[in-house]
Design a protein around this ligand. Sequence first.
Ligand code: ADP
Ligand code: ADP
Ligand code: ZN
Length: 222
Amino acid sequence: MRLVLLGPPGAGKGTQARLFQDKLGLQQIASGDLLRAAVRDRTPTGIDAKRYMDRGALVPDEVVLKLITERLAQTDAQQGFVLDGFPRTRAQAEALNQMLGSGGAIDRVIALMVPDAEVIKRISGRRTCRNCGAMYHMVFDPPRNLNHCNECNGELYQRDDDAEDTVRMRLQVYAAETRPLLEYYESLGALSRIDGIGRPEEVESRILAAIGPINAGVKTCA
Ligand code: ADP
Ligand code: ADP
Ligand code: ZN
């Protein structure tokens, strides 16, 4: 199964993608994670991308497309995946169609619907484990041990681009560049709009209901 998760920054895409990875064995492929790894490793791509990420702008399509193309070619992506944070522009969506070819389109595009006020609350409390990538929220889902991951005891950090001004910029960029993809995928008959309010498990059940038959297929094959 091949899923795409769309939604504004902080909507819960990463949280849902991790649930699907654990439960259905679908690889989470997050363009933001690939970019942050390139920044951390100071690769030429990372050095270039950081300028855009720091101000909440989109990294140019060709940079992101190169990372995603390489990632989708790896063996663990052949069993199915959840794309988290990609595509974010019409050009990326069209390139993705080309990449997958006629034989293996996307099975479903899930749009997580969460209002801006809630998204800002979610992002302002977000903390991520430096070691394993697990996500926490200081109010909604706090770690047991302040600033340390429940799973691996790794250090929790707050992303630089989760500062409030940058978040507002990212929301504007989402509205201008990414939200139009909902209509694009709707016209292809691939879109499910899912209410993103509620506990992560409730949101997950709504997504599972939307992808029902495909999901059953994956379970029997796995
Ligand atoms: P969030 O999950 O909060 O939406 P991401 O981790 O997906 O954030 O993205 C962080 C930043 O990385 C974005 O603000 C943008 O600068 C860059 N980025 C991630 N994915 C893409 C993409 N598909 N196209 C362009 N830029 C991207
Ligand atoms: P995205 O990948 O879309 O940017 P995340 O999955 O990183 O979003 O979630 C943003 C923040 O909101 C995290 O701190 C996460 O723990 C929290 N969060 C995720 N889903 C929910 C939910 N259903 N209810 C409340 N908080 C949530
Ligand atoms: Zn951890």
